[in-house]
Design a protein around this ligand. Structure first.
Ligand SMILES: [Zn+2]
Length: 299
């Protein structure tokens, strides 16, 4: 997680530069909020990502491609998947847009906006509790900004396995497991059964001899209850066009304010009235008294 003191060290050259950066950051943050709000992903799609064994497989999932598009659209740059481990994903951004918003003299890991966006996407859209940390930043002389996602194991177990995996676990508890028979009965290729066994091993549900582990037997106890929590709905990439226009339409608070204020005519100020009021203020004992005098004065 990002420490608050890291955020406080940023030094801008001028007030105008600080305001301009703040405005751009606010705009990106409001776009992120819109993107996250409209991108809930069904478990069946998150599951495909969680079963990936390497970064190449992750790159090929529709979910990752959607995430990359979403992050690009909100203005965070091009997200790449660098590494995948059990309960861990490492993302990189080579052309980071966030670092451009800070003075070039900046040092440290400053892309907390990106870390936060990844965190929100995983927690709110994928239903995967996690922590996200920026482990490398371009401003520190690295060739990319790098973000490490540590997934909470319970959250992963909740989503990662489907009904067929549960059936497979059930079958493995039977001492005479027959891969060919299981494949035939479930209309699967033997290769897919092998892949599923590898996934179960990587999640320590079964050991290298395909025997159920302690984690596996705990999982089996709760698996049935977890299944009932699963909701089926369309993945967000089916409505990518709507999400894209919602993101594009999102202006920053500052811009929205300017748009509202611009058509307003300038208010003519009568300077004599100000002088009067100042004079009254000097003579008045309290703010209430001053107001009452002013109200009488303008009636
Ligand atoms: Zn960075």
């Amino acid at each position: 997680m990002v420490e608050p003191e890291e955020k406080a060290t940023i030094r801008f050259q001028s007030f105008a530069e600080a305001i301009s950066s703040l405005e751009k950051l606010t705009k990106i943050e409001s776009k992120i909020a819109v993107a996250i709000e409209n991108s809930r992903v069904p478990w069946k799609e998150s599951r495909k990502l969680l079963k990936c064994m390497n970064s190449g497989q992750v790159s090929n999932t529709t979910l990752f491609q959607f995430m990359r598009e979403l992050f690009f659209q909100v203005g965070l740059g091009k997200l790449e998947i660098f590494d995948v481990g059990r309960f861990q994903l490492t993302f990189q951004i080579k052309e980071c847009e966030i670092i451009k918003l800070y003075p070039s003299t900046e040092k440290g890991k400053i892309c907390f906006v990106t870390s936060d966006a990844i965190l929100k996407f995983f927690v709110k859209d994928l239903d995967l509790p996690c922590t996200v940390e920026e482990t490398k930043c371009i401003v520190d002389g690295n060739d990319c900004c790098e973000f490490k996602v540590e997934l909470q194991p319970l959250g992963v177990y909740k989503i990662a396995l489907d009904d067929l995996d549960s059936a497979l676990i059930e079958e493995l508890m039977n001492s005479k497991f027959d891969m060919k028979k299981f494949a035939e009965e479930n209309f699967l290729e033997e290769g897919e059964v092998e892949y599923r066994l590898d996934v179960l091993k990587s999640y320590q549900i079964i050991d290298s001899d395909s025997h159920l582990t302690e984690i596996g037997s705990t999982y089996k106890k709760f698996a049935q209850g977890l299944r009932t929590l699963e909701e089926d709905f369309d993945p967000p990439w089916k409505s990518l066009a709507e999400i894209t226009s919602a993101i594009a339409a999102k202006n920053s608070f500052a811009e929205a304010m300017r748009e509202t204020l611009n058509p307003e005519p300038f208010i003519k100020v009568d300077t004599s009235e100000i002088v009067d009021l100042m004079d009254e203020a000097r003579k008045s004992k309290s703010f209430a008294e001053l107001i009452s005098k002013y109200v009488k004065h303008t009636e």
